[in-house]
Design a protein. Sequence first.
Length: 233
Amino acid sequence: MATLTEHGDVNPGPERWTELARRFDLGQIQGAAEFVTRGAMGEVWRLKTIRGAWAVKWLFPWGPVQPRPADVGVQQAAAAAGIPLPAPVLTPAGEAVARIGSHHVRVYEWADLARPAEPPVGDRTAAEAGRLLGVLHSLALPTAEPDDPWYAEVRPPADWAALADRAAAAGMAWAGRLAGAKKRIAGLSARAHVPRRWIQAASSAMRSSPGPPAAAGLALRPSPRCSTATRPP
């Protein structure tokens, strides 16, 4: 059975990796899978097979579990328009999300990234970022799902204090840092306003990204879906 630890490691065991490779038709596995990072929706691992390298996201309980989430169409349309991204991998039955053991899982093509750009970026980088954003907006994709309140609701400071207390009781390493940020969180919460267009963009990015998306910073609330053992703020 897969287990979650404070450090975010999901270790499904060899039999689950074999089942995953079969379900997504990835080919024979070569070597052990490697933990990479934890995102907003799940744990990301790198898996190597005879067909290439893959980013495997073992989803947290609050992640989308429907076989074909709406974000798949967004990613496919963006890729077709020339926007570079790690393409989602579907099962032969056309599913983007499969249940393997006790977890739901998604698979993406693996993409090696350069180091993050340090601001201020050069003119070429800024122009390319603007061009890609323009291409994405020009697709004018219809909204397939309602806005997720996660991106709009700003929880009161008392909720964050309660989360810090729960985290401390559970022995989480980040509990002290959260408790020490109470005043800063209260100030940010009082001024927070998230435009609706940002909510839609963040919702799409959080559902579809195989790694931690930049849009995660827009969510100023502790989730009721959050377990202190699995999701630090």
